[in-house]
Design a protein around this ligand. Structure first.
Ligand SMILES: Cc1cc2nc3c(=O)[nH]c(=O)nc-3n(C[C@H](O)[C@H](O)[C@H](O)COP(=O)(O)OP(=O)(O)OC[C@H]3O[C@@H](n4cnc5c(N)ncnc54)[C@H](O)[C@@H]3O)c2cc1C
Length: 389
């Protein structure tokens, strides 16, 4: 389907597709096996100016928005959803600065992130605070001209590899979503160390690590949002922008799996004919192709709406994420089915794609949480409609 992308967006798509084919395809199985961080590919992406696609030109970026971030993420994920995350998770870490940073903070941090010289990471989750973001226990106490940060974050994508971290911490004694603030923390800050690197089911080329803060002194000018207590809003507005990126990752993974399944179905013969000639297989391929197109159309439209400045984007961003990630899980599972026993073997990439797809239903808010966001929004909208009747 033609999505009527601009010439620049088409060029970005082609560039990412080329990087994926020439630089990621040959190494994706290796990184999946080793779980190492793909610095060689990151360097290629940085040299190709991919890291700046969603960052304004005045801060060294390409001047695009969420749609450009989604296009790049989709094309890279088509070949490897894990390696693509070295790009997409940097965007997640950068959005709090982009959305809530002062001009000074943006000038200090965004150009290096845009150039891919420094990766970013976003740190909210803790052992006792997953879906319940307001339950974080990491504390930042103001002492003179700096905050003293104490606590442990877990499962942070790009953890240990990134240089710039946007970290949610509690700055007041209260509990819940009030009293949370967001700080920019640089990797080499004394008192900031890294814990366990996770051994994961999928997206194994992505680093997921613990961040440990022990009396870590963060300059007070690194507070985002201009005042304390804005952390929860910063996190939620960040997710509104980044969730279409997870959705795009899901579309890319699904498309990659579909392409493998369609190709295999044309070549594999049973009962003297290609398995793709059987209606049972064709119907699966038809449903896979249709659901991918529906997911892509939703993701692109949501990204365009977000970029056009539509208000109240939490619902539509959640819709894109929940729909595309459910499509990715179904399509990759069906792709394994189309390949039969070979689909279950590591010599074909679809089992990896199925493992990679699963995370898109979990991180940046599980799909149960996305449905809660959508559900409460539609109930509110219905009540508002009734009041206006
Ligand atoms: C590979 C990976 C990378 C990650 N990267 C990052 C990162 O870069 N930065 C970061 O901050 N975090 C990151 N996370 C954390 C991720 O965002 C959380 O795992 C996710 O938000 C869910 O939290 P949880 O795992 O603690 O699940 P829980 O919140 O414990 O949920 C367990 C189950 O209960 C359900 N549930 C919980 N509350 C509700 C509710 N109110 N209604 C209905 N169902 C509910 C959930 O949907 C889930 O099925 C990452 C996680 C993984 C696995």
């Amino acid at each position: 389907m033609n999505y009527f992308l601009t010439e620049e967006q088409e060029m970005l798509k082609e560039l990412c597709a080329q990087i994926a084919k020439e630089k990621i395809l040959p190494v994706r199985a290796e990184y999946d096996e080793s779980g190492e961080f793909p610095w060689d590919v990151v360097k290629v992406m940085a040299d190709s100016d991919i890291y700046g696609v969603y960052i304004p030109e005045e801060y060294g970026g390409f001047g695009g928005g969420v749609l450009e971030m989604a296009i790049a993420t989709e094309e890279l994920s088509r070949v490897c959803g894990g390696i693509a995350l070295a790009f997409a998770a940097s965007a997640l870490g950068a959005y709090p600065i982009l959305l809530f940073g002062s001009d000074e903070q943006k000038k200090k941090y965004l150009p290096d992130i845009a150039a891919g010289k420094k990766l970013a990471a976003f740190a909210l989750t803790e052992a006792n605070a997953g879906s319940d973001a307001g339950a974080i226990e990491t504390r930042a106490e103001l002492s003179g001209d700096h905050y003293v940060l104490n606590g442990t974050k877990q499962w942070i994508t790009n953890g240990g590899e990134a240089e710039t971290y946007t970290v949610l911490a509690r700055t007041s004694k209260g509990t819940g979503i009030r009293g949370m603030s967001c700080l920019i923390v640089e990797k080499d800050t004394p008192g900031f160390t890294f814990g366990k690197k996770e051994d994961k089911m999928g997206i194994r080329g992505s680093a997921t690590r613990e961040l440990i803060f022990q009396d870590c002194k963060v300059p007070k000018e690194n507070l985002l949002g201009g005042r304390e207590g804005t952390g929860f809003v910063i996190a939620m507005r960040t997710f509104d922008k980044s969730r279409p990126g997870v959705a795009a990752q899901a579309v890319g993974i699904a498309q990659g799996a579909f392409d493998e399944a369609a190709k295999y179905a044309r070549h594999r013969e049973q009962f003297g004919q290609p398995v793709g000639s059987f209606q049972g297989v064709q119907f699966m391929l038809a449903d896979m192709a249709t659901s991918i197109e529906a997911a892509r159309a939703l993701v692109y439209q949501v990204a365009r709406a977000v970029d056009a400045g539509e208000k109240d984007i939490a619902k539509i961003s959640a819709m894109a994420k929940v729909f595309a990630s459910d499509v990715a899980m179904k399509v990759t599972t069906d792709a394994v089915q189309v390949l039969g026993g070979y689909g279950y073997m590591k010599e074909y990439p679809v089992e990896k794609m199925m493992r990679d797809a699963k995370i898109t239903q979990i991180y940046e808010g599980t799909n149960q949480i996305q449905r809660s966001i959508i559900g409460s929004a539609v109930i509110k909208e219905s009540a508002a409609k009734e009041r206006n009747e």
